[in-house]
Ligand binder design. Structure first.
Ligand code: HEM
Length: 230
């Protein structure tokens, strides 16, 4: 039972000049919000961070207000519930790990903030998990409450297949195939794992252009300064 080979997918963020495809990341947020968020937290991201992927301030306020957070203590020393604000971190689906396990047959759905960085294969692994469900090969039995997955180490995963064709209705009209949703939510999770990626790559390009210009300038000055010397 070796490591299953991961199929490499094409990602907008591949390579030196790659960036997050904003339309894909927005669709991916929709998949996370409508499907994954029922079980998985995304604790390192705040609602206002969604402006990075082109979601408007008004939309962000509306999204945050769908959740309640515990705040306080107030002047009476009491904790209280209030609707989440854009500055709050994504509200988790469960109060704690015990509650999360109780709802998932004893298995803990991991926080997805860094999942793309934490697993070998990165985005290809996350995409592979989401598209890797199916019937076990002949002779392989799957334990009760587990599901066959070609990519998950050991091939038995406690997560039920989360995606099926049409599981979400995309705001931009894109057809919501399993492949499309898996690809989009992986792009969203890539952004979540490294929100400053686009900025960093753009800055890198600016630095290189600056260094090229500086080299040319230094060469021109050198030619001029030494022009009379033979
Ligand atoms: C595990 C992603 C939806 C419950 C995982 C893993 C990934 C993932 C990548 C494997 C983590 C690892 O390597 O350890 C997603 C995404 C979802 C989604 C992107 C939405 C499209 C759900 C839903 C549920 C769920 C809706 C609950 C009904 C779990 C559980 C595990 C898990 C319990 C742990 C599995 C185990 O350790 O055997 N998820 N998930 N997930 N997920 Fe999900």
């Amino acid at each position: 039972e070796g490591e299953p080979a991961l199929e490499h997918q094409r990602w907008s963020f591949d390579g030196f000049f790659g960036t997050i495809d904003q339309a894909a990341a927005q669709r991916g947020f929709q998949v996370y919000h409508d499907v994954c968020a029922a079980c998985h937290s995304l604790s390192l991201v705040a609602y206002r961070n969604l402006s990075d992927i082109g979601i408007s301030e008004d939309q962000i306020k509306t999204i945050a207000a769908q959740y309640n957070v515990t705040d306080g203590p107030n002047d009476n020393g009491d904790m209280f519930e209030r609707p989440a604000r854009p500055s709050d971190k994504f509200v988790p689906p469960f109060a704690n790990a015990n509650a999360a396990r109780a709802a998932n047959n004893g298995a803990l759905p991991p926080d997805l903030s860094l999942i793309v960085k934490a697993r070998k294969g990165g985005p290809d692994y996350v995409y592979g998990i989401l598209t890797g469900f199916g019937e076990p090969p002949a002779g392989v039995t799957v334990a009760d409450g587990m599901h066959y997955n070609a990519v998950f180490p050991g091939h038995q995963i406690a997560m039920p297949p989360p995606l099926s064709d049409g599981a979400v209705t995309y705001a931009d009209g894109t057809e919501a195939s399993v492949h499309q949703m898996a690809h989009d939510v992986t792009t969203f999770l890539e952004w979540a794992s490294e929100p400053e990626l686009d900025e960093r790559k753009k800055m890198g390009v600016k630095v290189i252009l600056f260094l090229i210009a500086l080299t040319g300038f230094a060469y021109a000055v050198k030619r001029k300064v030494w022009a009379e010397v033979h």
